[in-house]
Design a protein around this ligand. Sequence first.
Ligand SMILES: C[S@@+](CC[C@H](N)C(=O)[O-])C[C@H]1O[C@@H](n2cnc3c(N)ncnc32)[C@H](O)[C@@H]1O
Length: 289
Amino acid sequence: MFFQAAVARQELARHLATLNYSISSAAWQKLCMAIKRDLQAKRLRPNVPVPSRRNPVAFYRTMVRETGSVGQAIAAFAHDGAWTSSGGSFRLATTMGIDIYEEAERFLELKQRFTFLEIGAAWAGFRTPISRHKCNDIASMSDVFADEMGQRVFLHFTNLTPWHEALPEGVYEHPYVTAAGLRLLERQGVARGSVDIIYSQAAVYFETDHASFMTSAGRLLSEDGVLIFNHRPEIAAELDVLAAQMGLLPSKRMHLEGMNGDVVRYQRKHNPIAQMPILAADHPIQIYA
Ligand SMILES: C[S@@+](CC[C@H](N)C(=O)[O-])C[C@H]1O[C@@H](n2cnc3c(N)ncnc32)[C@H](O)[C@@H]1O
């Protein structure tokens, strides 16, 4: 795990450096913590409730049960607090009354092509049994559109660390990518203005550089593209201003319970991408060990 964390830090730093992106010390520390949490979450079943480390007995018991290893349970104390993965799902979209499958069908009818991107998707549904009845995550969507994958339907997702060794045709994981560093995807075959839906559930939420995220997402979105994610309620106004600069308007925003904040759906109204200069940070990356 220590080795994987070191590799992830190195690769993330390398990716940010290729964008000439300068990251603050505080943001880098948060990413390092998120890497550790991801490495731990990968060992657990999706949705397993992990007690806080402040309750060491309950934490230890859960980790032994989940990992099946005393050694890994003890090592987990050094790595992380309470953290788990929902497995990746379209639950936030559903909460808003948005059916990603119906949206995909609409884009396919309109453009004969559909491209989807999820940010910080973790397992993206590939860890849980794939639902054959409902399109509720990337895994089930790749199953529903099995005949069209890689031809008319393209499903991309990012993660801070790699979660998958193999994926079905037409599904692409982009590891070592942050929400602010989303521009990297343009160097990995995802063309500007080509993504119909960008979605993120409880991942963009942790990004501190909202301006870079909104600019990068806006560049990737297609003419009538849609952006859905949850965020802290107090940054709603700031996000709306950034969105407007990218030709995106909020079509719906809901306040959710607990730590989920607000979930928002932005819709592209006009496309300023063509006139946009390629943005580059003035300073090279600073790496904090
Ligand atoms: C609570 S998990 C949610 C995972 C998944 N979206 C789900 O619903 O199961 C939070 C995820 O956000 C990712 N994350 C944290 N900071 C991030 C950032 N700045 N950019 C992109 N992803 C980030 C972490 O890697 C982690 O996998």
